[in-house]
Design a protein around this ligand. Structure first.
Ligand SMILES: [Zn+2]
Length: 198
């Protein structure tokens, strides 16, 4: 017996998700078929809502539903320190550590010349514009301790130091080759605390 056209369609769409092969997609599709309609509706709506309502903060490029984002408009947070991270998930990891009370800048990637990712593909230019605004005193480079993350930190330090700002790099509390997103809260806290001037 063949699958129904709507099942085939769902399996095909699920298979487009990262890490989902045909077997897993099939299992998920059968699961969705078994659950009540309200859940199926809620799942479908949540997927569309995240596309419709989530955008990037025009200042720090974090994911947000309000622009500027709640962190950029939070007056209790210092505008003098900016923590530069690769991805929105890294920013959430730093936030979970509850160590940092400044603002952020999300690059949306790291320099990877071999994969064709250059400075213009990241949010580097808007960062420099922001830094020239005069409010910022310290930039914490919290890119991942991978080859790409280190290269990005060095590249940024070279651009930022001539602006007369303090540039620091998070300590290697984060495992080398690791990802900030998956580091535990204590590790991220210590990495921030132990940052060194570049
Ligand atoms: Zn923001």
């Amino acid at each position: 017996m063949e699958q129904t056209p709507s099942m085939t369609r769902l399996v095909r769409e699920l298979m487009r998700l990262p890490g989902i092969g045909e077997r897993t997609a099939g299992r998920l599709a059968f699961h969705i078929l078994r659950v009540d309609r309200d859940y199926a509706q809620a799942l479908a709506e949540a997927i569309v809502a995240v596309k419709d309502e989530t955008r990037l903060c025009s200042t720090c490029f974090a994911l947000t539903e309000a622009d500027p984002c709640p962190i950029c408009t939070d007056e209790t947070r210092s505008a003098e320190t900016i923590c530069v991270v690769e991805e929105p998930a890294d920013m959430l990891a730093v936030e979970r550590a509850r160590e940092f009370r400044g603002r952020y800048h999300v690059l949306h990637g790291a320099l990877a010349p071999l994969d064709g990712v250059g400075p213009d593909d990241l949010k580097i230019h808007p960062l420099l514009v922001r830094l020239r605004g005069g409010e910022v005193r310290e930039v914490i480079l919290a890119t991942n301790p991978t080859a790409e993350g280190e290269a990005t930190a060095l590249y940024l330090a070279k651009l930022i130091k001539p602006l007369g700002l303090k540039v620091t790099r998070i300590a290697h509390g984060v495992p080398v080759g690791g990802d900030l997103e998956y580091a535990d809260v204590m590790t991220v806290g210590r990495a921030l605390e132990g940052r060194r001037e570049m």
